[in-house]
Design a binder for this molecule. Sequence first.
Ligand SMILES: [Zn+2]
Length: 760
Amino acid sequence: MNSRIAVAMFLFASLSLAPVRMGVIADEASLLGYSAESSRAERQWEEKLRAIPNPENLRAYMERLAAHPHHVGSKYDKENAEWIAAKFKEFGLDTHIEQFDVLFPTPKERAVELVEGGPKFAAKLQEPALQQDPTSSQQSEQLPTYNAYSIDGEVTAPLVYVNYGIPEDYERLERMGVSAKGKIVIARYYHSWRGIKPKVAAEHGAVGCLIFSDPHEDGFVQGETFPAGAWRPKDGVQRGSVADMPFYPGDPLTPGVGATKNATRLKIEEAATITKIPVLPISYADAQPLLAALTGRVAPEDWRGGLGLTYRIGPGPAKVHLKVKSNWEIKPAYDVIAKIAGSTLPDEWVIRGNHHDGWVNGAEDPISGLDAVLEEGRAFGELLKQGWKPKRTIILCAWDGEEPGLLGSTEWAEEHADELRAHAVAYINSDTNGRGYLDIEGSHTLEKFTNEVSRDIIDPETKLSAWKRNQLHQIQEAKSAERRQEIRQRGDLRIGALGSGSDFTAFLQHDGVASLNIGFGGEDGGGIYHSIYDDFYWYTHFSDTDFVYGRALAQAGGSLVMRLADADLLPFEFGDFSDTVQTYVKELKALSQKMRDDIIERNREIEEGVFSATNDPKTPLVPPAVESVPGHLNFAPLDDAVDALARSSAEYHKAFEHANAQGGSALASTSLADVNRLLIESERKLTTAEGLPNRPWFKHQIYAPGFYTGYAVKTIPAVREAIELKQWKQADAAIVVVARVLQDEAALVSSAATKLSAAK
Ligand SMILES: [Zn+2]
C-alpha cells in the first residue's frame, strides 16, 4: 500500500466514527465487512487485480470497437457484440449474447428551410468529413443527424426563440407577451436533457422544435474547435434520443416487460414516450441564418448565446418549414452477458456494466468506459487462474441500444426483474471516461464503501489517491466555510444521487438495486458529443490520450466489484444514508417555505403597483397574476421517519462495531446469511409497487430523474415535484407515502442490527 494512502486512512479513522477500524491490532485497518484475516487476503488479491489493466490493451480495444459506426441495428454493432463476447470467453468467462427486439426509428426524410422573413435557406443537416480524421468519412455507415423517437410530421410556421426551452423560459416568454402556440420553437442544447425541450414546447402549443448547439455551450466560446482543438465545429451536430424517458425508458412498445420475440407490443401510435411534435437537432452553422431572421424583442441577457448576432425572440417574421420522417423498424439489440459463478454465495449477484453501442463511432461515448469493463474481465480471468474464488456471482454486461433509450439494459432488467429483486447486491455502471477526478454517484447506503475504495485508487496525474484529489478539489470548489469544514472533517466525501441518463436507471429506479455510476472527468472538456467526430482520432488527441485514466477506471471498477463479491458482511452502511435523507428533508422544507414566501411577496408587490410602475411601455411586460397563498405542509411524518432512520442506523453502527471486535471473528462465521439478505433488501425497501405519481414505472421513492429535467436527479421526487408544481395537496399525500417507506427501511435496518449483534 502506498504510504500516502495509509496516512489518509489514519486521518479517516480518527475523524469519522469508523468503528470498523477500531480494535484491530494489525498495521492495516480491516476493510468494511471483512474480518482481519479475510481483509488481508482481499487486499492481496486486489493489489494483483489493480496491477493487471494495461493502457495498450485499452487503446487496442478502442481502435477496434470505434473503427466504424456502431449504432443499434447496424452491421458493426452486431460484429462488436460478437467480438466483445469472444473476448470475455477468451478471458475464461461464461458468456452469452441475449437479444431483444426494439423499436428503433432511423431518418428517412429531413428538412429545415427558411421559407419567409429572410434570405431563402435550406439547412445542411450534414457533418462534413475532415481530412485529418480518418473515420469521419464513413458517411454510408453513419446515422444522419436526427433525434430518435421524434414523431413524423411536416409543418410550416413562424419561428420563436425559447432559450433552453425549459419551463421557466416559457414563464418568462409569457411575461413578455410571447406565445409558442402554433409556432416552431428553436431552443439551444443544455440546461435540461434534450427530450424535455420538445415535451415542454408541445405542452405550450408549439407545432415543431429545433434544437441547436450554441457555441456558447460547447463550441468556440469554450475553446479551439475540432480538428485544431477539442470543441464543437460549426457543422457539428448533437444527435440524441428525445423519447420521454422520465416517463419510462427502454423500448417504447414494451413498457415494464422485456422486449423478447413474442412479447406483447403496443402499437406505435399507443407509445406514450414518442414526441408529440416533430423535432430535429441542428448545428450552429445551420441555426445562424434562422436566428438572424428573427425580429421582435431582444432576448434577455442570459438568453444570448455565442453567435455574433443580436439574439431576438420573434415570433417571426422568419417562417420555417420542418419535415421529419423516420423508418419505424424493429431492430435487434445484443446484450453481452459474462458470468463468474460465486463459490459460496452464488445466489448473490454483483453486476457491472457499460453500453457498447454508439451514435456514430462513439470512441468516448461509450468505448472509453466499455474499455475498462473489458480489462476488468481480463483481470478477473487471470486471477481465477491464480486461484481467486469470489464468494458471490459476478456478472459483466456490455449493453446495446443505450443511446436511443437505455434499450438493452432496461429490457434486460425488465426481463430479469424477479431474479434481480431476489439476487442483485448492487449494479455498478460506467458510460464514458476522461481525465481528472473520479466521480462516483449512487446509493448512499454505499457511500462509505465508495469512499473506502477510492482511497485505494491512485490518480495517474498527481499520484494522490483518487479520494484525496477529490477532497482537495471539493475544498477548492466549496461555496462556504461550512461546506469546507464538512469536506475536511466529515470523513466520507458525499456522493451525488443518481437521476437517469445511463444504464443504471432500470436497476436502481425500477428494480430497486443499489447502484453506482463511476467515471473520471473534469479535465476533458470538448464538443464532439454524439457527433461523427467522437472517434478514435479525437479521443487519442484530446482526451485520455495515453489511456492511463482508462487503467484507473478499470482499477476502480474492478476493486468495487471484487470487494463487494468477496465481503463477509456486505459493506452497506446507513449512517451516511440517514444523514443524506435528513438533508433532503431540510431542502424540501426550505423549498416549500421559499415558494410560499415568494407568492406572498409577489402578491404584495402586485397590490403595491410595483409591476405597473416599473413597466416600460416600449417593451412592456405582462404583470404576474395574484396567486392564492398555500397552507403550510405537514412535514411531521417525514421528521418522525428521519428520526427512526437515525436511531436504527446508530443501532446498526453499534452492532457493526461489535461484530468487528477481536479481529472480526463474528464476521468470519457463517451466521451472517440473514443479515446479508436484509442488506440486499435495503434498497428494494425504498421502492413502492405503485411507483411515482403519474409515472408508475419509476418505483424508487428517494431518487428519480426529474420529470422536467430529464437526467438531473430529483430526490424524494414525489414530494419535491409536487411542491415545484405547486400541487400542495399531492405534496402532503406524498409526504405520508415517503415517510412510510422510510419507516419500513428503519425497521429493516433495526432488524439487521439485531441479527448482526447475535452473530457469533
Ligand atoms: Zn453513453
